[in-house]
Design a protein around this ligand. Sequence first.
Ligand code: NAI
Ligand code: MG
Length: 360
Amino acid sequence: MSKQILVFPGDGIGPEIVAEAVKVLEVANDKYALGFELSYDELGGAAYEKYGTPLADETLERARAADAILLGAVGGPQWDNLDRPLRPEMGLLKIRSQLGLFGNLRPALLYPQLAGASSLKPEIVAGLDILIVRELTGGIYFGSPRELRTLENGERYALDTLPYSESEIRRIAKVGFDMARLRGKKLCSVDKANVLESSRLWRAVVEEVAKDYPDVELSHMYVDNAAMQLVRAPKQFDVVVTDNMFGDILSDEASMLTGSIGMLPSASLDANNKGMYEPCHGSAPDIAGKGIANPLATILSVSMMLRYSFGQLEAADAIERAVGNVLDQGLRTGDIWSEGCQKVGTREMGDAVVAALRNL
Ligand code: NAI
Ligand code: MG
């Protein structure tokens, strides 16, 4: 049976980078007989222009019916003055929560050819390949009560709440263990169990889930130490699982170990590994329409789609190897360019990955 892939080109550089990722996806589709059928719709600013809302009801229904979603990025200054519910980013938040995409995977993989682009010494980051699994639909970003008010004595006062239920922790812990099983079989759960009740529950539930994964080596780390270890010795990690806010901070920290944001893919998964795949970066309005954006984060998001939603490991690996081969050839978009390399545009980079994939 064919698999339905819904594509949202999005705003800014979105359509440019998605066009290249789709070319790669179509070559993989042929070469590995994946049986994918692609269809297109709009999300974010482009959807506001077409439907008058950043996520139309019929678009949401199409997204529910699809087997996986590929997204460029949304947003741009032309929509900044819209009311909050009409803003492009609200379309993105709504689709994540409506589809229950609680498992956010952010790999930080350093291509050896780009070792010089990292802010850390080459020997610290050489061979780096870690995966941060961030809980995406719970915790302090969604907890209530939340308020900001002025007390009777005139002092301003604010409150946020950090709730986690056992079931929310259990399902993200399972994602962490499942991912570790597909990779290096090591999972580090990051919390603040020495201080927070939610983290004590987190740690207890992760321990319970671990009983179903005897083949995965589990460790626990406090978040402050994890932040330090990520820059001291990042290669000690394989998969890290953590809550929404800790994951937000640690994944940004980890991403910078690899050089450019133009290289970083992501996946947001539901309980059945149905997912939305998108680069970590935004719509880059400053370079939109110039044909110079790096399409590799989006191309690598396609590889994540094949790996995590469809279990097509051979095809997923092939796309990553094709990207590596193109970097070996010395081709670089501006964000990853260095002396002695050949500067190319978005389309040339996409074409080079397509050719490398065909040649594997
Ligand atoms: P951004 O990630 O779009 O850009 C930050 C910087 O990185 C810019 O200088 C940009 O040119 C550069 N950059 C980003 N992607 C690149 C690529 N593929 N190749 C080369 N250079 C690249 O972040 P910014 O400027 O803060 O946000 C711009 C818009 O994107 C805003 O409307 C924001 O809300 C939205 N945004 C959307 C996200 C999404 O769709 N998931 C995520 C982050 C921001
Ligand atoms: Mg994005």
